[in-house]
Write a protein that binds this ligand. Structure first.
Ligand code: GCW
Length: 686
């Protein structure tokens, strides 16, 4: 079936007669005069969406004599008379920017006009109008101006050429198989539609861990095929980026060094850039994971991240390309006996001293937290600490540590908390969202990136409801002010239609899911406790004596990581005041992050009034009950949504409820044994 495949672009036929009439009144024809690729895409999308919702054929005309009840799309200066009539000279003054749009219902001329400065804006405007219609909004009096808050709104694929997807939980790659680029790229095109419709405009199509074969993506061996992929995304106004291997000159056997200050290395990358832009003139640039988790980088040559990234940036500069350089740099061969080294500190310690040394076309991509996409982490202290360096956010949609595609964990509320975090970089009210949208420090380039959660599963994401994370990410990158609940509702209506019982149930399932997942997994911000390597399921000590810098330090008296300045690793001191003191002081540290910042006895009393140990027991029992409740709520929707989706999600909710028990029992038993303190409510702990 195509239901999951079409995701939020199903546009089911409207059923309410009045509603059909109200929309049909404006759907006499489509007026489109421009021939650009992206406008052609916009026209095709409008036609398809409206035809599906109304069950009629939408004729495309270059002008409309009847002059009434039509939708006109085009750029302000593109020669579409209807656009000119509705927006007049004001079009250019609407300040829609390079990617924004205006939509206006003009009663006088009987036209709904979607106008923009550039074709991309027209495409976003079309998707916006379709969204309004599909979610039941009136279109009789529209007067909308929208422009994206963030200029880079990017997806990172962690896909490998052998067809596997690193941290992918929804099947194999849609791009690659058997060490080649797929010949049939239909799914890539359908993916481009999903991305563009949620507002995204950039994609890096290969894993940041660039292995041997993928190193050749930037050579003639693969470039013709990469150009095909770029061509598909171009039609949806999405720019293509590639992850590159820092040691490419060596790996390809052409040079013996990758030293960024070496003249031959510089020349190699310059020639590479020239070659690339010949084939893909609008190529976005490079995404780089260097000196991180055993990937090569400038450290080998005694150079730093500024030397390394600037060398690549110089090669791309004449072509307008960007270098997106990741800050996920830490010692992954730590000795657990070494209590001084703190992985949480690493990104700040590496990059803060380099502020101001990066070229204008370099952007640092910083993970939302200092560790690695845990269910709960503080916000990375690098946000706000780099006034003279372009920065962007990295989120992970894939749910590597948050139940993968098997547990429901709607992450938009978590991302919102990160974006709304006050860094105090310029005094109170200096939010992370203003750092990454570039406005706080006047960055030249900035925005959002996130690791995708899609694969070749029929419904893209495995779990039918985690499509909401992909959609929500795009919407939030467009406008971080949208609320998590509003995005959830929008997604639900687009996906499941307007049955109010379905809408309210699905929205509350989504909205409750992050907190439920947190309750039965690692407590109070301490993180990890997952099975090593694959990261699914509980293993309290799985990472306790490992080299990865991921510890909870539980003993018979207490648990947690002392990251205070006074007695711990000093990580808390990387924040500006008052955050440094709030986190660094036991009394003021928020409960949910307590064990990230402090080592406390099990009998420590939280702000909630409970002891740490009782909190652990209570949340784990409650978390399981809530997971079971999710399954029951879902089951009440039987008959109200298609049977396939109903069954697929139902199976996942059942698995989640079962697996939550495994989490509960492992963690509760572990801490009962460690602490010797029994549950005040005397429930079963093994
Ligand atoms: O989250 C961790 C993952 C790795 C990943 C790495 C990174 C791509 O476990 O699989 O590698 O982060 O972000 O580079």
């Amino acid at each position: 079936s195509t239901i999951g495949y079409e995701a939020w672009l199903r546009y089911p036929q409207l059923t309410d007669v009045l509603r059909i009439e109200a929309v049909s009144r404006w759907s006499g024809c489509m007026i489109v005069t421009e021939a650009s690729e992206v406008i052609a895409t916009a026209a095709a999308e409008l036609k398809r969406g409206l035809e599906r919702m109304l069950g009629v054929t939408l004729a495309a005309r270059s002008s409309c004599d009847s002059g009434s009840g039509c939708i006109a799309i085009g750029t302000f200066s593109g020669g579409n008379e209807s656009i000119a009539r509705v927006f007049g000279d004001s079009g250019a003054q609407l300040d829609t920017g390079a990617e924004g749009f205006a939509i206006r219902t003009d009663a006088e001329s009987g036209i709904i006009a979607i106008g923009a400065e550039q074709p991309a804006g027209v495409l976003y405007g079309v998707f916006h109008l379709l969204r309004l219609i599909a979610t039941g909004a009136s279109i009789d009096e529209l007067d909308i101006v929208e422009r994206p808050v963030n200029t880079i709104r990017m997806i990172n694929q962690w896909d490998n050429i052998d067809g596997s997807v690193e941290r992918g939980y929804a099947g194999q790659s849609i791009f690659y198989e058997n060490n080649t680029i797929k010949s049939d790229l239909t799914r890539v095109e359908d993916y481009a539609r999903l991305l563009a419709s949620s507002g995204l405009n950039a994609i890096a199509i290969n894993n940041v861990n660039v292995h041997h074969h993928e190193t050749y993506f930037i050579t003639e061996r693969f470039l013709p095929d990469i150009a095909r992929i770029a061509g598909i995304f171009r039609r949806y106004a999405i720019k293509l980026f590639l992850s590159v291997n820092y040691a490419s000159p060596i790996e390809t056997g052409e040079l013996t060094t990758a030293d960024p200050l070496d003249a031959d290395v510089k020349a190699w990358w310059k020639a590479k850039a020239d070659e690339l832009y010949k084939v893909i003139p609008d190529f976005g640039g490079f995404l780089v994971k260097a000196d991180s988790e055993n990937r090569p980088g400038p450290f080998t040559y005694g150079r730093d991240h500024a030397d390394g990234s600037n060398m690549l940036a110089e090669a791309l500069l004449p072509h307008g390309g960007l270098v997106i350089w990741r800050c996920f740099v830490y010692n992954c061969k730590q000795d657990w006996r070494d209590r001084k080294t703190d992985r949480a500190r690493a990104a700040y310690d590496h990059f803060k001293p380099l502020d101001g040394r990066f070229m204008d076309n370099v952007i640092l991509q910083i993970k939302n937290g200092p560790m690695d996409f845990q269910v709960r982490e503080p916000v990375s202290p690098l946000f706000g600490a780099l006034p003279a360096t372009n920065c962007m956010m990295e989120f992970q949609i894939a749910q590597e540590y948050t139940g993968q595609a098997r547990h429901l964990c709607y992450l938009v509320p978590q991302w919102k908390e990160v974006l709304d975090f006050d860094t105090y970089a310029k005094g109170e009210g200096s939010y992370v969202k203003q750092v990454v949208d570039g406005s706080m420090f006047g960055y030249k380039h900035s925005g959002f990136a996130a690791v995708s959660n899609i694969g070749d599963n029929a419904n893209w994401t495995g779990h039918p409801l985690t499509q909401a994370n992909l959609y929500g990410y795009g919407r939030l990158a467009w406008n971080p002010e949208l609320s998590a609940a509003a995005i959830a509702e929008e997604w639900t209506r687009l996906t499941f239609g307007s049955d109010e019982h379905v809408v309210s149930t699905v929205v509350s399932l989504l909205m409750g899911s992050w907190s439920i997942y947190e309750s039965y997994t690692a407590p109070l911000g301490v993180g990890w406790m997952v099975s090593p390597n694959h990261h699914y399921g509980p293993d309290v000590d799985g990472y306790e004596y490992s080299k990865w810098g991921t510890y909870h330090f539980s003993d018979c008296k207490g648990m947690g990581v002392d990251r205070t300045l006074a007695t711990g690793t000093g990580y808390a001191g990387q924040y500006r005041e008052p955050n440094a003191s709030i986190y660094g002081t036991l009394e003021s540290c928020p409960d949910e992050l307590l064990l990230f910042f402090h080592h406390v006895p099990y009998t420590h009393v939280l702000h909630s009034g409970k002891t740490v140990i009782q909190h652990i027991y209570d949340t784990h029992f409650e978390g399981v009950e809530q997971a079971e409740q999710m399954l029951r709520s879902w089951n009440e929707l039987e008959g109200r949504i298609d049977t396939e989706t109903f069954k697929l999600a139902g199976d996942r909710f059942a698995e989640q409820a079962e697996h939550a028990k495994e989490w509960r029992d492992r963690i509760n038993t572990y801490y009962l044994r460690k602490s010797g303190i029994s549950d005040a409510l005397d429930r079963t702990i093994y």
